[in-house]
Design a protein around this ligand. Structure first.
Ligand code: APR
Length: 238
């Protein structure tokens, strides 16, 4: 029998217990930096050096972080289920935990690509370079001679993988949302593409920006919430 499909949407909260800061909670990155300065396309054109420095720092933190029990539990679901992780995170902790199908909606911190001119922001996947945890600075150029920029979806840019993400959610038998405040679209609206009969679970210790009776809220941190979810999973699709 084909394995049941689980779509897992994650946000910064799933990496909180790995020591990576979230964005909007207390101690969140957007309390320290202005996202319009360091994570928007206008910020990039205003001050490339500042933006490059922000992602260099993020990459350095990432080199010191490890997947936590929640990442491992999500990867472990693959034993019995057909799992796709759709993540808003730019870290690589899902991959390092062993998840084999991870779709990044907002890009990846370890990757950069050429800045193909102010208005031509198209690029091909083969131009994307994985720099691991190394810094990238002003003057570091791509083979085509243009400045290397973070392979991140900045505020103000399109989310190229959103159509794929919608298809994954629409085809899921269960949807799990872990560690996102559901403030940022189009990611926050993804759960609405789940079939009516598809249960949607949310793991988050706090209230999130969306209230919907369809969503079963497991009010726990990710590592604990995953245990609760897995026990519920056995009940709901067997
Ligand atoms: N376990 C589970 N959830 C947690 C934990 C934890 N240990 N700690 C915090 N959280 C929850 C918070 O309660 C919050 O709801 O994680 C969520 C983090 O929300 P945000 O900081 O808004 O992060 P996220 O939702 O991922 O942001 C979405 O915004 O800035 C952009 O591109 C950036 O991808 C990011 C997007």
């Amino acid at each position: 029998m084909a394995k049941k499909k689980i779509a897992v949407l994650t946000g910064a909260g799933v990496s909180a217990e790995s020591g990576l800061a979230t964005f909007r909670g207390s101690g969140g990155l957007w309390g320290e930096y202005d996202p319009q300065e360091v994570a928007s396309i206008e910020g990039w054109y205003r001050n490339r050096k500042l933006v490059l420095g922000f992602y260099n720092q993020l990459r350095k933190q990432l080199s010191e972080a490890k997947p936590n029990a929640a990442h491992l539990a999500i990867a472990g679901l693959e034993k019995d289920y057909d799992v796709t992780v759709i993540t808003q995170n730019v870290d690589n902790l899902h991959e390092r935990a062993g998840s084999t199908r991870v779709l990044h909606l907002h890009g990846e911190a370890t990757k950069v690509r050429p800045e193909n001119g102010e208005y031509d922001r198209t690029y091909s996947e083969k131009e994307v370079i994985d720099v691991g945890y190394e810094p990238v600075n002003l003057g570091d150029l791509a083979p085509n001679g243009s400045q290397l920029r973070p392979h991140i979806v900045f505020f103000g840019e399109a989310v190229p993988n959103i159509e794929k993400a919608i298809d994954i959610v629409a085809g899921a038998d269960v949807m799990l949302i872990v560690g996102t405040s559901l403030n940022v679209y189009p990611a926050a609206g993804l759960y609405r593409y789940a079939k009516n009969e598809t249960p949607v679970y949310l793991i988050d210790p706090e209230d999130v920006a969306i209230y919907d009776p369809k969503i079963t809220h497991i009010r726990e941190v990710a590592t604990k919430g995953m245990e609760t979810f897995i026990s519920k999973l056995k009940e709901c699709i067997f």
